[in-house]
Each structure stands twice: as structure tokens, then as C-alpha cells.
Design a protein around this ligand. Structure first.
Ligand SMILES: [Zn+2]
Length: 82
């Protein structure tokens, strides 16, 4: 067994809260997903609450977008299709 030395982005922990069970927890970049749409209304991040399993979606402002993308969160960019 050899430990794989994958040195990508520095692991970042994000604090999040669940509106459903009011739990508060820390999530790694893997647990979060960022969706960037054309407007602030369609820009949000989502995660699944580790306590109750609720899919939580919260609006993401510019600062949060920068923070999440900088922290290695997978980002989905929505483009107006056609
Ligand atoms: Zn919860």
C-alpha cells in the first residue's frame, strides 16, 4: 500500500448550516457543489446535510463564489443553451 501523494488544492473546510434540522457542520470541498448562472438568482451552492440528508441550496454571492471556486469546489456554469 502506498499513499498517493496527490497535492492539488489545499483542502478547505467550509462551515455550513442546515435550515431543516438546524445542524451546523463543516464540509469539505467534495461535499459542496456550486452552480453559477447568469444572474445572482441562479447562482447558488448546494450540499446535502450530513445529519438529516436534506438537500440544502443557498444563494451564493460573488465573494462566496470566489471562496468556493478557490477552495476547489466543483463548479457548474450554466449557459443559456441553444
Ligand atoms: Zn439537516
Amino acid at each position: 500500500m502506498t499513499a498517493r501523494a496527490t497535492r492539488r488544492a489545499t483542502p478547505v473546510i467550509f462551515k455550513a448550516g442546515c435550515p431543516q434540522c438546524r445542524g451546523s457542520f463543516e464540509l469539505g470541498a467534495d461535499a459542496l457543489r456550486l452552480v453559477v448562472g447568469g444572474t445572482t438568482r441562479t447562482t447558488f451552492y448546494s450540499f446535502t446535510c450530513p445529519d438529516c440528508g436534506t438537500a440544502v441550496r443557498k444563494p451564493a454571492g460573488e465573494r462566496i463564489v470566489e471562496l468556493l471556486t478557490g477552495g476547489g469546489v466543483s463548479t457548474l456554469r450554466l449557459h443559456s443553451a441553444v
